[in-house]
Ligand binder design. Structure first.
Ligand code: PGA
Length: 263
């Protein structure tokens, strides 16, 4: 199973544009109905477009895609102006939530906050796509490589602190090095693979069971396009891609989805 996740970020700005995206995507999808079960497509639009996509997901016989949120708040309801709870997200058809995206961490989100969000999301029955990644690219001296390990370890242990092992079946991890997100420079599949193995080792330390950690899907994200997606998707230990900028063009995104069918 390969996951192809679209993170639209704060796009598009208009209802007609999200409808046009959807129309284009669904026209492409019907061609591939026969093989769709090998690929799980998750669309993560801004909150306001979730109801439109929910309606489309419901009316589509092929159940072409699942819905995800780009963030979630940790309380169920109450005096939290501007926030959206996991219970609300379930109401509008979300099955997934991205938590800990680097663009949210850049706005002040800490590992403690990420941890609270994951707990709330699991409680409401959402699957969590936990985004982790280092700031600087590893160099040959190995100095930064050590930092990569430290950053991932800190983020994973912080994010999963106190979460019962039994819940981890609802966890996916997206390895998204910051230097690759939105930069047009993707990581190499080899390094993404190393990071995926390291991430599973960290999770194994928490679960105490290698086998269970091995089952956790790890995705790569950061400047994925239709040109480089296959190199990540062909790796057995990488379970998919998280696509930002390239997902805004439905044809480009569908090309990536099609690549998922191949592996
Ligand atoms: P990008 O974004 O594909 O535009 O680099 C990835 C992400 O932010 O999830």
């Amino acid at each position: 199973m390969k996951y192809i996740v679209a993170n639209f970020k704060m796009n598009p700005g208009k209802q007609e544009d999200i409808e046009a995206w959807l129309g284009e995507f669904q026209r492409s999808w019907s061609v591939k109905e026969a093989v769709k079960s090998r690929v799980r497509v998750v669309l993560c639009p801004p909150f306001v477009w979730l109801p439109s996509l929910q309606q489309a997901a419901r009316s589509s016989k092929q159940r072409a895609f699942l819905l995800g949120a780009q963030d979630v708040f940790w309380e169920r309801n109450g005096p939290y102006t501007g926030e959206i709870s996991s219970v609300m997200l379930r109401e509008v058809g979300c099955e997934y939530a991205i938590v800990g995206h680097s663009e949210r961490r850049a706005l002040g989100e800490t590992d403690e906050i990420v941890n609270k969000k994951i707990k709330a999301a699991f409680q409401a029955g959402l699957k969590v796509i936990l985004a982790v990644g280092e700031v600087n690219r590893a160099d040959e001296s190995g100095t930064v490589e050590r930092e990569v390990g430290q950053a991932l370890e800190k983020q994973i242990f912080g994010a999963l602190a106190g979460i019962p092992r039994t819940k981890l079946g609802n966890l996916l991890v997206a390895y998204e090095p910051l230097w690759a997100v939105g930069s047009g420079i993707a990581d190499t599949p080899e390094d993404a693979l190393k990071a995926a193995l390291f991430i599973r080792k960290c999770v194994a330390k928490i679960t105490g069971a290698r086998a269970r950690a091995h089952d956790i899907p790890v995705l790569y994200g950061g400047s994925v396009t239709s040109k480089n997606a296959a190199s990540f998707l062909q790796e057995e230990a990488l379970n998919g891609v998280l696509v930002g900028n390239a997902s805004l063009n439905p044809r480009e995104f569908f090309k990536i989805v099609e690549m998922g069918f191949r592996f």
